[in-house]
Design a protein around this ligand. Structure first.
Ligand code: NAD
Length: 313
């Protein structure tokens, strides 16, 4: 049984990590969050210690080591994006590997620096890239790998996931903390696309606003028009009529990729992979971090060239 600590325990995604730790037969020793609404811990690890101050959490981890011979194997990181870098460093300094939420960091050079921390400490950094363990995505990757080497697939990716006004008030609406909508929401998809279709050849941004972003990405094996939004106004009317708040569509050469199901428990699959000695680390995370950094810093071109059809709405 491995020992875990968890940072960001009161947030939305933390329960999936608690479940993954439990489902893989491991133990949560301690958790930390600056907010104290963490009753959810009782559903998974009622005996875990909990801290709302970093200093006390840090001290506790040290004391477990030196007074009780209890060592941390992993620190799971579910804090806001801009804090991942600092929390990863804490994990490795404490003698643990880090399992960090997406986006691993906000900028490519953060990865270079973290690589040095890995080398110095001999500990590893893993990233939650859960679409890479989704059965339909693995199937698609195999299909593309078996197709003609010089084939370019035509891909249209649309992801609408409605969020209320709270989003803009929270750290997620602050570009310096979340990286903006393309970084925070899109990173899963850019990672998936580059994992399936190869190296990036072109990255053009058409629109990048607080509640929507769209652009064109060209990979070795695909030309992709993408559109993301958290604004429910962009939901297709048939989706709205059904009362649904999310719309996800990926068409490849005009054919819809069926991947509506299979999203539950992907975190547990990622944990299993890591515990089995696999898992995706710094080098795997790099391409998507480069893509989101470039999107964040690009000057949007407006409705020119290969833009997504939703921009005409
Ligand atoms: P959230 O705002 O619900 O939770 C973040 C938590 O971190 C909060 O409880 C907050 O109090 C805590 N926090 C803030 N500053 C802190 C600090 N200095 N020290 C300790 N705790 C601090 O956000 P969330 O939606 O749970 O997102 C958390 C992370 O998970 C983000 O990196 C996000 O991008 C990622 N995420 C991943 C997925 C996925 O599908 N893999 C989905 C949602 C979010």
């Amino acid at each position: 049984m491995r020992n875990f600590a968890l940072i960001g325990a009161a947030g939305y995604i933390a329960p999936r990590h608690m479940k993954a730790i439990k489902d893989t037969g491991n133990n949560l020793l301690a958790a930390y969050d600056k907010a104290d609404s963490v009753g959810i811990i009782d559903s998974h690890f009622p005996h875990a210690d909990f801290f709302v101050e970093f200093e006390r959490f840090d001290r506790h981890i040290e004391k477990l080591k030196y007074e009780k011979d209890l060592f941390l194997d992993y620190v799971s990181i579910c804090s806001p994006n801009y804090l991942h870098d600092a929390h990863i460093r804490f994990a490795l300094r404490s003698g643990a590997d880090a399992i960090c939420e997406k986006p691993l960091v906000l900028n490519p050079w953060n990865i270079d620096k973290l690589q040095r921390v890995e080398e110095k400490t001999g500990k590893k950094i893993y990233n939650i890239l859960q679409l890479r363990v989704h059965p339909s995505i693995i199937q698609l990757r195999n299909k593309v790998a078996n197709s003609l080497k010089d084939k370019k697939f035509e891909v249209d990716l649309t992801y609408l996931t409605s969020r209320g006004n709270w989003y803009q008030t929270s750290w997620k609406g602050d570009i310096s903390k979340s990286g903006g909508i393309a970084t925070n929401i899109g990173v899963h998809f850019y990672d998936m696309l580059s994992w399936i279709f190869g190296d990036v050849q072109d990255n053009i941004v058409h629109v990048h606003e607080k509640d929507r972003a769209a652009g064109y990405l060209e990979f070795e094996n695909a030309r992709v028009r993408w559109f993301l939004s958290i604004n429910s106004e962009y939901l297709p009317s048939e989706v709205k009529k059904k009362g649904q708040t999310t719309f996800r569509s990926i068409t490849i050469d005009g054919e819809e990729l069926e991947f509506s199901g299979g999203f539950t428990d992907l975190h547990t699959l990622v944990y299993k992979d890591i515990l089995d000695g696999y898992g995706y680390g710094l080098s795997a995370a790099r391409t998507a971090i480069e893509i989101v950094h470039d999107i964040r810093n690009a000057r949007p071109e407006g409705l020119k060239g290969e833009y997504h059809s939703f921009l005409n709405r």
